[in-house]
Design a protein around this ligand. Sequence first.
Ligand code: T1G
Length: 692
Amino acid sequence: MTAEYQVNGDVAVITLNNPPVNGLGHATRTAIVSGVMKAIDDPAVKAIVITGAGRAFSGGADIKEFNSPKALAEPTLHTVINVVENASKPVIAAIHSVAMGGGLELALGCHYRVASAGAQIALPEVKLGILPGAGGTQRLPRVVGLEMALNMIVSGTPVASEKLLKTRLFDQLVDGDLNEGALAFARKVAAVRPLPKVRDLKVDYPNYEAFLQFSRNTVKAMAGPFPAPLKCVEAVAASVTMKFDEGLKFERELFLDLVQTPESKALRHAFFAERAAGKIPDVPEGTPMRDIKSVAVIGAGTMGGGIAMNFANAGIPVKILEMKQEALEKGLGTIRKNYENTMKKGKLTQDKFEQRVGLITGTMSYDDIAQADIVIEAVFEDMGVKESVFRKLDEVMKPGAILASNTSTLDVDKIAGFTKRPQDVIGTHFFSPANVMKLLEIVRGAKTGKDVLATTMALSKKIKKTGVVSGVCDGFIGNRMIEQYSRQAGFLLEEGALPEQVDKAVEKFGFAMGPFRMGDLAGNDIGWYIRKRRYVEKPQVTYSKTADLLCEMGRYGQKTGAGWYDYKAGDRKPYPSQLVNDMIIKHSADIGVERRKISDQEIVERLVFALVNEGAQILEEGIAMRASDIDMVYLTGYGFPVFRGGPMFYADSVGLTNVVMAMQKYAKGRHGEAWKPAPLLAKLAAEGKTFN
Ligand code: T1G
């Protein structure tokens, strides 16, 4: 059942029961309507309460139904709300935990609303690239006022129920048992007539034009490529400029426009992709987990310090091990400074600052970390160094401790082989800056225990990371794909483009930062070191020499004051470098490549489709469990534009046949071997299918 009906004395209670969050799917909507009709027809029933079972009143429309016939099948949410609002007996919404989106709109259609404290009240549709489509933009302003409603709808941010008590949204805050409170309230208002309807209220806001114009300007400035925020303002404006039914119609038109936009489809894909990533098919819910009460981090450098902060932020004590006193003090000092900066920005209170700093301690003795429940090494990216660390950890760590490596490319199975407990070894690949980037690649070794995997995935959620499981291969998911992206970027320089053109082209596509600005930020020497290893391991793979020539000039990037671009002291802005551009142009001549004018479209296609092709290989090899996991890696770790949904989703939206055709065009050019379509990509394209 997706909504239960029972009569308690003279009050009918309709309980939404569609786990996990009582999404208002077609079956639930049908059950609500039949419940209300039944209550109306029953002379013994004087009032009706609608409440939610489980963890929510309702999380809104069932977004799993979107773009399917069910979403618009009668009774639509509009119809349900009409039935409720026009019922001849009072309908009371009893809200706990979550009332969001269509769930809140349903409550707004009721005659009364009671709530327990701490319920999250929101119209978050804008985060899915749409807007409240069942009257929320017209009713919410009528109960909380124009300004509060506009802020809630444009931001999508939840507000706690008790903060809205003084508004006409709630008639009562119920302490104790919500259903008992709702029943008592229902009996109190059962005979009150006329029945109060939110639609009959007026929005009272003097000089609303000025406020709305200010809102339009502000929202236009912050909305970026997303059309929804501005449409939210227009819909809310209708609550003061139009009659209710006209406003409702206008809202509906805007909603139907937005639900079809590529941006909304991408955001909805990202919503589900993030949740799917936490599911590991052969590690079911309920797999026993290890208790993580304390963490140790080895290495107090940039990565080690950032990693440690994640755990302190989650209230978990962290011990950082360094071999040299000076390095340890420097690392702890950097952490303190980071927290001080956050506090200066007003994003951290003094007591939170002290709590977090107090949770991070330093040591130079392995014995001090032996009792930690998980130890994460963030030492130099060299297998020899990893070997000595893991042999030592195997010696000192208590039985059952999880031994994690922050390696970004090395073989986790090999690392596990340095210990007598490979089942306890796992990769936890953080992305720099580790206390900021959401992505955590969880690298599953061949022998990693299921409980270790389940524990690490749960721990990633606790430290507010997006955990994505990767198999063991060179570069896992993200770095293996960025390798092909970087190769194409280098070839484009040899063939006629310059760093600034390449960066601008992909940044126009939506990337946060192009490959050359990214290299200057992260350090060009990191890639140089990895390529030197690759030249030995995979001599058949060709790279542009330009990046090596740049490093040989000592131009590692911002950290050396010069990289692909020039930098001025204290200024992180990149300035095109004549010296580097001359080097590139000379290099083309040296290798006999005639430079040509390259279009931005070619740049974007070669960089993005290089990601897609490698992603298809990764999917086929089972390194990634699903295409949407690859999308999550790129959305949360590599600045891929969210409004495009991730590389694999974007390829689907372009059409895999078109992707393969573009690749066939580039296969005719230099290094054409790089454009051999991955078998899975070729197969899906031939069958007219998609990755996701
Ligand atoms: N529909 C279907 N499934 C949903 C859902 C929804 N609205 N919300 C969450 N889920 C699933 C989610 O996929 C996951 O599933 C599980 O619930 C737990 O979610 C007309 C059209 C409600 C605050 O945007 O913000 O109404 O992976 O891990 O951290 O105007 O989910 O377990 O199978 O996030 O406790 C507007 C989106 C819809 C709310 C709970 N509503 N959801 O957070 O759990 S559009 C939203 C959330 C709409 C109307 C329009 C959160 C939550 P699984 P979770 P959580």
